[in-house]
Design a protein around this ligand. Structure first.
Ligand SMILES: [Cu+2]
Length: 778
């Protein structure tokens, strides 16, 4: 069955069942997510020739050939599917004065307007339809039995649904023009059933029915019309393009940025409600499928049970089992499912795999800027940025080549018990590299477009999981306010800070209050939103100390150095047990102004010369990792120093390099190389000479680490020692030759600049006051 006929199948099935059983509710199901575009305008791109209608919802960047042609035919023909005519086109763009010879290259023209009104009618329909026709007796009984038994026996005493899932609540009907983030699961229960978010690979194997329902739900969400505020298209768009505003909170930011916050201490806290918003939407699609399409008793029973476990899975790109491989299900173009058969039961079908890519529906692909223009489907490591053809094997190889370093980075971040800010920055930079390895010059490498790729959501769920694990292992440690980051809704000025109370736009609670990092600071809050992780399990019995032990043990087992498993296809590294011993670990630290280059760029670190062909850098066995700074196409970046620490140990071990401190210094002085790859503002990768970078500073450090044999204990890490001997020969490329250089870091423009808190490890002979590093003479 083709993708399209599957959709038709669902629609027909839904109609049949609605007519007979659920006439009113079906309206409410979908009306809750009614089109709000009349109220929420798409931000106007720049530049335009002016005069376009305020309700323009689709824009097109005029290409040189189109401007030169002097007629509008080639533009109009591209939008035939939405019935654009030359006359309409000219009326939408009055500045052309009725003459296509006035088209200007690189200016935006309007090609479609949204419905102008109709909201009142929709609201009434929602309210009427959302009112339960009969009070649910069973629900009342359930509520009487509910206690807060989150910490009680496992399995929980929360009564699981055995009947057809309830229709949407009144609350959902109120969500039209605000994004209330409440999470997945049955919100009519006063104690929410908590289900673990699982590793995608395990979910597929262990809970096939839940996995099946998840595929159907994701497919359905992707096929929801893009005018719907809760379509896959629009929820992905909240991250960046298309820039559509939610109700204005009294501030206005940069119309070229998304709502997401990057290079900021609220990076991981903002993405928590984002994943929740995605998950709750997906859950509702799953619920709708169960209610309306699986009505035969056998199918219904099976999928009601599956629905209760339906949570968004994660891709653990650092575990020793999968060794950074991309899950197979993210690389298969089609997938076999048990689909609704139109008679309330199920039947085998093969559909386009929604974990593989997202196909843009006609005008959706007009949100892209040049080089990405006209992208028909999301792609990974495409030949050129605008190509919809994925090279998944290349993405998979690039990921795998970074496995050992990535696993160690994850371990170091998770066991850095110092501060939230240090962890958060380490996590974000680790995350940036995954974006780059998967995306290459495709959309995953640009903040504004990345969230359209379904792998984005699996990747970011792992980020949320690592945040949760760190929080569980570090109770009571919260973020320290630091330099604010601008976003779509937030204009920031010099001196502004992001802190625990910064609103995480556009996410709201059920009571209409904005989400803040305060809501995210304690990990136990995730259970209230209906999910846990294997390492932070729902229904955990115990206090925060035992949860800390539990999480620490999980970190040591998953990513620790004790009993490092053999790497597939490579010689085994002799891992005489390091437990109970002191070891010296070597790291490279990179500091650079995020505005050093426009768009996205990566500093690559190698031990040995990189391949002459930059296209092979990512697959090179000499590659340590990258420090990647993700950009937004066409948006100037705020000058700000960013930093990252990358462990050198795993690659040194793989190469069999060991010896005294002096010997390692000499080895690094000879073989440590760093280069830069620029993913230009609008796509296309090219190397950039690091000698031209004004703000780049590269510093090698070593630290003593005591690896305890008790898995419940974190390693003890000494302060880092600067090893300038490893970099001083490369001063022209930013290699540090004295410790003092660290205290005098500069922005691209030459101005002295402070480092953000926690972007470097604690360094010997220095004191950090605020963001300033002071050097003591020892
Ligand atoms: Cu991301």
């Amino acid at each position: 069955m083709t993708r399209t006929s599957f959709l038709v199948q669902i629609v027909i099935s839904a109609l049949c069942l609605n007519g007979a059983v659920y006439a009113m509710d079906s309206e409410a199901d979908w009306a809750f997510a009614a089109n709000n575009l009349a109220k929420r305008a798409i931000a106007v791109p720049s530049p335009t020739q002016g005069g376009q209608p305020a309700n323009c919802i689709a824009w097109k960047n005029v290409e040189a050939a189109e401007a030169d042609s002097g007629d509008c035919d080639s533009i109009v023909s591209k939008y035939r599917s939405i019935k654009l005519t030359k006359a309409t086109f000219l009326s939408l763009n009055p500045a052309l004065k009725g003459d296509c010879a006035n088209l200007k290259k690189n200016f935006y023209v309007c090609v479609q307007v949204g419905a102008s009104t109709g909201a009142a009618k929709t609201t009434a329909a929602v309210k009427a339809a959302a009112t339960p026709k009969t009070p649910a007796k069973a629900d009342e009984e359930e509520e009487e039995e509910e206690e807060d038994d989150r910490h009680a026996d496992n399995p929980p005493a929360v009564k699981l649904a055995t009947k057809n899932p309830a229709p949407p609540t009144g609350l959902e009907a109120e969500e039209k023009d605000q994004f209330l983030v409440t999470g997945a699961g049955d919100t009519t229960l006063s104690t929410r059933f908590c289900a673990p978010r699982r590793n995608l690979v395990n979910l597929q194997k262990e809970l096939p029915d839940t996995f099946n329902l998840l595929v159907l739900a994701l497919d359905k969400m992707m096929k929801t019309p893009d005018s719907d505020a809760r379509s896959y298209f629009q929820i992905s768009g909240i991250h960046g393009a298309p820039f559509i505003s939610w109700p204005v909170p009294g501030e206005s930011g940069n119309a070229g940025l998304g709502y997401c916050t990057h290079n900021s201490v609220i990076f991981s806290t903002w993405h928590r409600p984002y994943i929740l918003a995605f998950e709750q939407t997906l859950y509702r699609h799953g619920r709708d499928i169960v209610r309306r399409l699986f009505t035969q008793p056998a199918a219904q029973k099976k999928y009601i049970a599956a629905l209760q476990q339906l949570r968004w899975p994660y891709w653990d790109w650092a575990d020793s089992v999968n060794q950074s491989r991309m899950p197979k299900v993210t690389m298969d173009k089609t997938i076999s499912v048990m689909a609704p058969d139109g008679k309330g039961g199920e039947r085998k079908a093969t559909i386009a795999n929604p974990f593989y890519s997202y196909a843009f529906k006609g005008r959706e692909n007009t949100v892209f800027k040049k080089d990405f223009t006209g992208l028909k489907a999301t792609s990974r490591r495409p030949e050129n940025s605008g190509s919809s053809v994925s090279f998944d094997a290349a993405a998979d190889n690039a990921m795998q080549s970074g496995y050992t370093t990535r696993r160690k980075q994850a371990y170091n971040a998770l066991t850095s018990a110092t501060t939230f800010n240090f962890f958060s920055n380490a996590l974000e930079k680790l995350h940036n590299d995954v974006h780059m390895q998967v995306g290459g010059n495709g959309i995953m490498g640009l903040i504004s477009y990345a969230a359209f790729d379904p792998i984005f959501w699996l990747h970011h769920n792992n980020i949320d999981r690592l945040l949760a694990i760190w929080q569980a292992a570090n109770p009571g440690k919260y973020l320290t306010p630091d330099t604010a980051t601008p976003s779509f809704m937030r204009k920031v000025q010099e001196g502004d800070q992001d802190d625990l109370n910064t609103p995480l736009y556009p996410w709201k609670h059920a009571d209409g209050e904005w989400w803040t990092s305060n809501d995210v600071k304690d990990v136990t809050n995730i259970w209230k939103y209906g999910y846990g992780y294997p390492e932070v399990p729902c229904y955990y019995q115990g206090d925060t100390n035992t949860l800390d032990d539990h999480a620490t043990e999980a970190i040591n087992r998953a990513y620790g150095d004790i009993g490092v498993p053999r790497i597939k296809g490579r010689a085994a590294v002799t891992s005489a047990s390091v437990a109970g011993r002191n070891v010296t670990e070597w790291d490279i630290n990179i500091i650079v102004d995020q505005a050093e280059l426009p768009g996205t760029f990566s500093i690559y670190v190698f031990l040995g010369n990189p391949p002459a062909d930059p296209k092979k850098w990512d697959m090179s066995s000499q590659k340590v990792s990258t420090m990647t700074l993700l950009g937004n196409p066409g948006v100037a970046k705020m000058s700000k120093l960013e930093g990252m620490t990358i462990p050198l140990g795993p690659l040194l071990a793989q190469k069999g390099v060991k010896g005294t401190e002096k010997e390692i210094q000499d080895y690094l002085a000879k073989y440590l190389v760093w280069t830069c790859m620029s993913l230009g503002e609008e796509g296309g990768t090219k190397p950039y000479d690091v000698k031209l970078m004004k703000s780049l500073k590269v510093v090698v450090t070593s630290r003593n680490v005591f690896i305890p044999s008790d898995m419940k204990i974190k390693p003890k890490v000494s302060k880092a020692k600067i090893q300038t001997a490893a970099t001083k020969n490369q001063a022209k490329s930013g290699g540090a030759s004295t410790l003092a250089e660290l205290a005098n870091t500069k922005l691209k423009g030459g101005a002295a600049a402070h480092l953000r808190i926690g972007i470097l490890p604690d360094i010997q002979n220095t004191t950090v006051t605020g963001c300033e590093i002071k050097i003591r003479q020892s």
